[in-house]
Design a protein. Structure first.
Lengths: 675, 318
């Protein structure tokens, strides 16, 4: 158990800047991986965690080069090996499971061939033995019908299945060390929990060491024995998983853990100020100095070394870590938010809304016939009150974004009505809406990189809605822009910047400011925090809440992340396959009884706590379209009671907590089942 | 799948139909008719009447179109004015000659372009890339009539290695042709090869940067094996359509080159029949060139469809 299989010694990796300066991305990193151990490397984007992981396979990305140090695999330096020698090690001794299997599988080669390739390269099996082994491997990663699966192309598989194929491929060479680079990022919650469970099983079953790289402390907590926390290219904290997660003694890790929204906690997570420094910008002192609330003048001038704390078996890079030792109880707190007035008037009503992506056939159109009897989104009834935050939650394909697009007028409804203020019907066609209605509903998109025009300055971006809706110009326009920037806590000097000169969080703030520029009544938020780092996510969530409290805006908040939804929303609507499953006040939806689908989703959430294991109650099958009749969740429901689920649409039942559930099982019975 | 192929073929036929209409209408709206333009100053009295009768110009235009079109469908383009012989007989050897010229250029050009493209991509920004890229960009910028003239000047006149112009009858045998076409082939394939090589280069570079190539490297796949199994099939797929366009575009190059080298092919026939105002031949040539264009693009589309597993399974599922 204590045999070290790979050890990184004083590794620095960097690149040459345009000014000819050497800039390091990894700075003096040393760590050891023991046999049979799973090490989680956690950090936010730009912390150097992926660079470190790839270097552990002797792979340095183009443009980068090692500045000093070594990567010893069984006491041989991978960074000094020839490509011939590396071919013998990669896939056979150290194998990689990539982040996005959909893009990491070669599109023109069948699954079977790609696994066979690894077998041919790294084993001495003959053709028949290899064919048998392929089936075995596909079986091991729990893919259905391994015989036919081998003859399929990568694009014919779902995201979760592709990830399983990548796992099978990595296992083909029976490696001693598995490297996982964000292997579950981008998968649905239930799929993610299943893939993690599979990885845990494999680690135990084969005794393989694993390096698990992720930004997600929830996933890391579930698999790791030991955790390495990276910040700005350095290891800032390293130790046993439980210690790191329960008693973090580095202020960054402490802040990171506090900024993760948790299912068990109502209210908003605390955010960390600022953002990670750019590579090359730190000249002296501690790299976390700017964001640290324990920082002293000593930290500004001197950079701390990694210090070993014997009683915790932990290495920490901080002068003041002792101050954190007794603060652990504070980890389980959050910022309470003002709840909204439940007497408020309804501002937006969705009545029997159905949306279909199917194109109407020409003749049906002539005869004015509705051709699609099974639309993507069906029978949505939601009343949204002024000043509330309502969240639409579900996995990919649940229709949550589709509904949002329809409210925005970007997608025509097939049936039903969208009513705005005083029951006035809002056309589902953008061109038919008047300027005031357009102003009243604004959208914030998921990815600010794509939603902000890269050729416009922040001033130009913000001036557009102001000119369009309020005809502002000159000094008044400028004053308004500065006010908006102040609202999203950005300084005046940001006006002349281009989006590329902003960090991810700053970009999303500009996008928020742009939405608020129109003084809207309703803001539609489409996964607004999922492209952001955790610490930045907390800041954006707090900002949205603050703006709402100040201005009385209504949010329709779409997210796949149940913990984020728990933090921000007043009410939650759970969707599956475009049908509502459950709707109610958020504190009640997160309590039992809940709809079986909500139960499945809640069970699959990964908490950054090794003691809370996900409960996998349903298979992670992907359904391509909603069932024609009956309950939308019949295909995956762990509590299915029989034929009635297949034939009849379940009725709404209202629980004593005030959440409405659409299920055939009596709500009291459901409560006792879920106790 | 079959339905899709039929659909593409149908679309091609519609294109050809429209081309035939346009050429026919184009010829119709020219001042005068085939006879007056051809006979010029003798276009009066008995000669004109005889010509009109012979070409059937005394019937309404739409009837003539139908008549002409139905003959074309049967493969009969009618009679040329100048030689007063069947157009098919005029075209036959010319088509063959041009086909020889074009196919030799393609057979040399495409493999060469692919090889050059791959070399420049794999040795990106190193000496082989810099040298080949400079040459390809240089030859891309020189139009055929200049490069053809320069070739004649250098190889035929200064060095005296090869004949400068082709002096063979249009019904020469294949072997006679081959010895004469070296210079025309070089002139034609230069631009085409350069274009395609650039295209292949950028395509390979793009694929080399993809996640699945990084994955293949980390899987321990040896370098050249990775290039042949993981990179090239994916890099060359999008190149197929560009190759088709380049080949179609080569038709224009063939016309110019044939004239410069006095090569008895379709291209020279186009120029000849235009200057002779032999309108029936011009019509026939327009249809033939359009069919080649449509045909090549059709083949390219079908090939992409066959080779791309993503499109293939999409069609099967439908």
């Amino acid at each position: 158990m204590n045999e070290i299989i790979e050890s990184v010694k004083n590794l620095s990796i960097g690149f040459n800047s345009q000014k000819g300066k050497q800039i390091s991305i990894l700075r003096n990193v040393s760590t050891n991986i023991k046999k049979g151990e799973t090490v989680g490397i956690v950090g936010e984007s730009g912390s150097g965690k992926s660079t470190l992981a790839l270097a552990m396979m002797g792979y340095i990305k183009q443009g980068l080069f090692p500045l000093k140090g070594e990567c010893l695999f069984k006491s041989e330096d991978l960074l000094k090996m020839s490509s011939r020698q590396l071919e013998k090690i990669r896939g056979r001794k150290i194998a990689m499971i990539p982040q996005n299997a959909g893009q990491a599988l070669t599109p023109n080669l069948k699954i079977g061939y790609q696994i066979d390739e690894a077998l041919r390269l790294h084993t001495d099996l003959n053709k028949t033995e290899r064919d048998k082994k392929i089936s075995e491997l596909l079986n091991k990663v729990r893919l259905p019908s391994p015989e036919t699966m081998a003859f399929r192309y990568p694009h014919e598989l779902s995201g979760g299945q592709q990830q399983r194929v990548a796992v099978a491929m990595a296992l083909a060479g029976k490696p001693d060390l598995l490297l996982l680079d964000e292997p579950t990022t981008g998968l649905d919650v239930t799929t993610q929990a299943h893939v993690l469970e599979l990885l845990r099983f494999i680690a135990k079953d084969t005794g393989t060491s694993m390096i698990y790289v992720s930004h997600d402390l929830g996933a890391i907590a579930q698999v790791s024995d030991r955790i390495v926390v990276m910040y700005a290219g350095e290891i800032v904290l390293e130790g046993p998983a439980r210690k790191i997660l329960k008693e973090p003694i580095h202020p960054y890790t402490y802040g990171l853990l506090k900024s993760i929204p948790k299912l068990s906690l109502a209210g908003l997570p605390a955010s960390m100020p600022g953002s990670q420094p750019q590579p090359g910008s730190i000249n002296e002192g501690c790299s976390f100095y700017d964001r640290c609330n324990l920082a002293t003048d000593h930290c500004k001038k001197n950079s701390p070394d990694l210090e070993h704390i014997k009683e915790l078996d932990t290495n920490v890079r901080c002068f003041n870590h002792k101050e954190l030792i007794n603060q652990n109880n504070n980890l389980q707190t959050s910022i309470t938010k003002k709840s909204n007035n439940s007497e408020a008037k309804e501002v937006l009503k969705l009545k029997d809304v159905s949306i279909s992506y199917a194109k109407q056939k020409f003749f049906d159109q002539l005869l004015n016939k509705i051709s699609d009897q099974n639309p993507t989104v069906k029978d949505i009834n939601i009343d949204i009150k002024k000043g509330e935050t309502i969240a639409l939650v579900g996995e990919s394909g649940s229709g949550k974004s589709t509904i949002l697009k329809s409210i925005a007028g970007l997608l025509k409804t097939k049936d039903g009505q969208i009513k705005f203020e005083n029951d006035r019907i809002l056309s589902s066609d953008l061109k038919m809406r008047n300027s005031n209605d357009l102003r009243a509903i604004q959208l914030i998109f998921q990815n600010p990189d794509e939603s902000l025009n890269p050729n416009h300055t922040v001033e130009q971006i913000l001036s557009q809605p102001l000119k369009l809706y309020f005809n502002l110009s000159g000094e008044e326009l400028k004053k308004n822009i500065i006010d908006l920037l102040k609202k999203v806590r950005l300084g005046e000097f940001y006006m002349s910047r281009y989006p590329r000169q902003l960090s991810g969080g700053e970009k999303q703030r500009v996008a928020v400011a742009r939405a608020f520029a129109a003084k809207p009544d309703i803001i539609l938020c489409d996964e607004v925090t999922s492209a952001l780092d955790v610490s930045v996510q907390a800041a954006v969530l707090n900002l949205l809440q603050q703006l709402k409290e100040d201005l009385g805006t209504t949010y329709v908040f779409v997210s796949h992340d149940l913990a984020v939804v728990r933090a921000i929303s007043d009410r939650v609507a759970v969707l599956y396959q475009g049908r509502l499953c459950e709707i109610g006040p958020s504190q009640n939806v997160y309590k039992f009884p809940s709809h079986p689908y909500t139960e499945v989703l809640l069970g699959a959430v990964l908490e950054p706590d090794p003691d809370i294991k996900p409960k996998l109650v349903a298979e992670d099958i992907v359904e391509e379209k909603p069932p024609e009749k009956g309950c939308s969740f019949q295909g995956r429901c762990p509590r299915k009671i029989g034929n009635i689920c297949n034939s009849e649409v379940p009725p709404w039942q209202i629980g004593e907590n005030g959440n409405a559930i659409r299920c055939h099982i009596n709500i009291e019975e459901l409560a006792s089942l879920q106790q | 799948m079959l339905l899709l192929i039929l659909k593409r073929i149908g679309l091609g036929l519609i294109t050809l139909f429209i081309v035939s209409l346009i050429t026919f209408v184009g010829v119709e709206v020219l001042p005068g008719d085939a006879c007056t333009t051809y006979l010029e100053r003798e276009a009066y009295g008995a000669a004109l009447d005889a010509c009109i009768k012979r070409l059937g110009l005394d019937v309404p235009a739409y009837e003539r179109y139908l008549d002409w079109a139905s003959n074309v469908v049967r493969g009969d383009f009618g009679y040329s004015l100048s030689g007063e012989m069947p157009i098919n007989e005029v075209l036959g050897p010319r088509v063959k000659n041009s086909l020889v010229l074009a196919s030799v250029s393609i057979l040399i050009g495409i493999p060469l372009a692919i090889v050059l493209g791959i070399i420049t991509a794999l040795w990106r920004d190193k000496l082989p890339d810099i040298m080949i890229s400079t040459i390809t960009i240089f030859s891309m910028t020189i139009p055929e009539f200049i490069s053809a003239t320069l070739l004649i000047l250098i190889v035929a006149i200064w060095l005296g290695w090869l004949p400068g112009i082709v002096i063979i009858p249009s019904d020469a045998t294949f072997y006679e042709l081959l010895s004469n076409i070296i210079l025309p082939v070089v002139a034609i394939s230069m631009i085409m090869t350069a274009h395609m090589a650039r295209m292949v280069r950028s395509s390979v570079i793009q694929v080399m940067a993809s996640d699945y190539v990084q994955m293949a490297i980390l899987k321990g796949v040896p370098y050249w094996k990775m290039i042949f199994r993981h990179v090239l099939p994916n890099a060359l797929l999008p190149a197929i359509n560009v190759v088709a366009l380049t080949i179609a575009w080569l038709l224009g190059g063939v016309v110019v080159t044939e004239v410069v080298f006095n090569y008895p092919g379709l291209g020279r026939l186009v120029i000849e029949s235009i200057s002779n105002r032999d309108l029936p031949v011009v019509q026939a040539l327009a249809i033939i060139l359009a069919s080649i264009y449509v045909g090549i693009n059709l083949i390219a589309d079908l090939m992409t469809l066959m080779l791309n597993p993503r499109l293939k399974s999409l069609q099967i599922r439908k």
